[in-house]
Write a protein that binds this ligand. Structure first.
Ligand SMILES: Cc1cc2nc3c(=O)[nH]c(=O)nc-3n(C[C@H](O)[C@H](O)[C@H](O)COP(=O)(O)O)c2cc1C
Length: 216
């Protein structure tokens, strides 16, 4: 039966199935992931929402044949999800660039002759970012980057491939690998490939939704 499209061209049922189908897969076959699958997923990741639209992310894609591949796997502690992957992506948060991004927004809205939004970024967003302490800036940037990573993983699944998010990694090694400043945060790495059955370490486990959902 075809899903109801609600006049939108996509279906809520289809999305629910996609969310159900995405699993963290720790072992992959040696089937390559087409470049276009990766590029589509990056485009989707890039459409993630971010606080004040400052887009505090960088996506570092270590491609299958990259000279940095081996060091990237080691930076992920050589866990099987990284070692057997076809592609590896590091989702990096750049709290150190927040003022620069706010300034870029000012420039964008000035050029668009939108004085109100330009002054919002100049007079409110810029100063509020500038006075955040380092812990707050980091948390602020990290959460938006995590949304981009999730959007990326769903897009990968929508293209018929699998992924695994990883924070079991050595952030100093990742920063060294990509020549990143100390303030850059490794929000997570995501490995991508065609999952194999042994890559699923067990059935989906969630506490009952009723334990998490509070209706007010
Ligand atoms: C931020 C984050 C970090 C994670 N780090 C790892 C990791 O280093 N290694 C790993 O095998 N799985 C890792 N996972 C995967 C989780 O274990 C997995 O999402 C969880 O068990 C639920 O399973 P599911 O994703 O298949 O629903 C991570 C997940 C998230 C969101």
């Amino acid at each position: 039966m075809e899903d109801a499209k609600n006049g939108t061209g996509w279906s809520a049922e289809g999305f629910e199935r996609l969310a159900e189908a995405r699993r963290s897969v720790r072992r992959f076959s040696d089937v390559p992931v087409p470049e276009e699958v990766m590029r589509k997923a990056f485009r989707s990741a890039h459409l993630a929402p971010s606080s004040n639209n400052l887009q505090p992310w960088e996506f570092h894609w270590v491609r299958s044949g990259s000279p940095q591949r081996e060091a990237a796997v080691v930076a992920c502690l050589s866990q099987p999800a990284a070692a057997t992957s076809a592609e590896l992506v590091f989702f990096i948060a750049r709290p150190d660039l927040l003022e620069a991004r706010a300034a870029a927004m000012v420039a964008h809205f000035e050029a668009a002759e939108n004085a109100g939004t330009a002054s919002y970024y100049r007079d409110q967003v810029g100063p509020s970012v500038a006075k955040m302490d380092s812990a707050k800036r980091s948390a602020w940037a990290d959460k938006s980057v995590a949304l981009a990573a999730q959007q990326f993983m769903l897009a990968i699944k929508a293209s018929g491939f699998d992924s695994c998010p990883m924070e079991g990694l050595d952030p100093d090694k990742v920063r060294t690998l990509f020549d990143l400043p100390q303030e850059a945060l490794v929000t997570m790495a995501v490995s991508v490939g065609q999952g194999i059955p042994e890559g699923l370490y067990g059935p989906r486990l969630r506490f009952p939704l009723a334990d998490h959902l509070r209706e007010h």
